[in-house]
Design a protein around this ligand. Structure first.
Ligand code: VGL
Ligand code: ZN
Length: 201
């Protein structure tokens, strides 16, 4: 067992991000057995869930736009995604192979229609908090290991925010799956490295 100061953060292992889902990420389901094993090693375990209302502003269909095109939001550029992880749908549920019972906390994000939320810590304006920082700090956590989907979006944004907040951050890339949209994976890895995030396999 890892020390009491270490938390595992499992990002968005949901049906829509796995093969067959609305925003399927290649290999999204293949990482699940490893994650299930890791859940037994950490004293603090948090699962996140992307959780959008049907009228969410990150959905291309709500703009009459092509999926994976770009738009400009008040907080900066935003990818327009296929409709995914709509609250209460099967696509938003955790993948059935994921062992969710060991989780201490499920944190939902992206529930405000007007703003996307990749990070487990802040909305995409990088300032509206989800509350996860307070949860981790009040439990005495100082070091985080991040796994899940997608390496270059929700995992990377979470890792960068966590590093900025002063947590020691490791991303286990072998337990992550990436989207890789227009070089986003290489860019995310470079940004994480520059921020002092440890990229391990
Ligand atoms: C994610 C795109 C849209 C993710 C969530 O979990 O990385 N990506 N919503
Ligand atoms: Zn989303």
């Amino acid at each position: 067992m890892r020390p009491a100061t270490e938390a595992l953060i499992v990002i968005d292992v949901q049906n829509d991000f796995c093969p067959g889902g609305a925003l399927a990420v290649a290999g999204g389901d293949a990482i699940i057995p490893r994650i299930n094993g890791l859940l037994g090693e950490f004293p603090v375990k948090v699962l996140t869930q992307d959780w959008h209302p049907a009228d969410h502003s990150s959905f291309a269909a709500n703009h009459g736009a092509e999926a994976f095109s770009m738009t400009e939001m008040a907080y900066g550029p935003q990818v327009l995604w296929p409709t995914h992880c709509v609250q209460g749908t099967a696509g938003a549920a955790f993948h059935p192979a994921l062992a969710t019972d060991p989780g201490d906390l499920v944190i939902r994000k992206g529930f405000r229609a007007g703003i996307d939320s990749y990070s487990a810590f802040f909305e995409n304006d990088r300032s509206t908090p989800t509350g996860l920082e307070g949860y981790l700090r009040t439990r005495g956590v100082t070091a985080l290991t991040l796994v899940g989907i997608a390496t270059d979006f929700c995992v990377a944004y979470s890792a960068l925010d966590a590093a900025r907040l002063g947590f020691a951050v490791t991303v286990l890339e072998g337990a992550c799956a990436g989207i890789d949209l227009n070089g986003s994976l290489a860019e995310a890895r470079a940004e994480m490295r520059a921020a002092g995030v440890a990229l391990e396999h």
